[in-house]
Design a protein around this ligand. Structure first.
Ligand SMILES: [Zn+2]
Length: 234
């Protein structure tokens, strides 16, 4: 099952292919290599079909996982992500990948302005708000869990006990988009393939979408990553 995302409105149109961006707390594993090869096959297929393809890859470097890995290794976070991102980028040679571009989120000059534009658009549409939050956070997953999502109080992915976190966070108002998203997917405005995955997504939306945290405290992140625009002057 390809995990790459691609958009294509009709044949001979521009096609965009991208992958998930991996955390670079360690060297690449074979699961990620598979995803890259699948995305590459898709990009090559579109090119052979005569489309103008843009295939983008990159690395997610602004994560707590990277901070913790650097602490364990006893080196600065910037040095750790530099070293490991190079290993991910080098897959281009060893796997003969054909991506056109590779964006590192901590150093690429395009990333921060892009993220800030998205932030501003969300603020203007009233989709971002701040509230005090208490939750159970798994660093491995980089996400909060509700108690009923845990197995005996442990992360179902990592089998570790999540940290109890109390902090003020920014939230994205995903809850308001349930109906809109259902419509878009149900009417094929955005196509999800295979159909079994579309049904999964639709069922997930129907079960009720919740707002989610899109920030973490600078203290918890040891000052790594970018401050949110609205908080920069504080
Ligand atoms: Zn986890």
């Amino acid at each position: 099952m390809p995990t790459a995302a691609a958009s294509r409105s009709n044949s001979r149109s521009p096609s965009y292919v991208t992958t998930a961006i991996p955390y670079v707390n360690d060297v690449p594993h074979v699961g990620f290599a598979l995803e890259m090869v699948q995305a590459d096959a898709l990009a090559r297929f579109y090119r052979l079909s005569g489309n103008d393809v843009r295939f983008l890859a990159g690395t997610d470097e602004n994560s707590l996982k990277n901070v913790h890995a650097a602490e364990l290794a006893g080196i600065p976070v910037a040095a750790l992500v530099e070293r490991n991102a190079a290993r991910f980028r080098a897959l281009r040679e060893s796997l003969e990948l054909s991506f056109d571009d590779f964006i590192r989120t901590s150093t690429d000059a395009r990333h921060r302005p892009g993220a800030e534009r998205l932030w501003t658009a969300c603020v203007e549409s009233g989709d971002i708000y701040k509230r005090a939050y208490h939750g159970l956070y798994c660093t491995g997953c980089e996400q909060f869990y509700k108690p009923d999502e845990l197995d005996d109080g442990r992360c179902p992915e990592h089998d570790t006990v999540p940290d109890e976190i109390d902090e003020e966070n920014w939230f994205f108002r995903l809850s308001k988009y349930g109906d809109r998203l259902s419509e878009i997917y149900a009417h094929g405005e955005v196509e999800i393939v295979p159909a079994s995955r579309r049904n999964e997504v639709l069922a997930w939306i129907k079960s009720g979408l919740e707002d989610f945290s899109i920030s973490r405290s600078a203290a918890r992140a040891r000052g790594w990553a970018f401050p949110f625009p609205a908080t920069r002057s504080k």
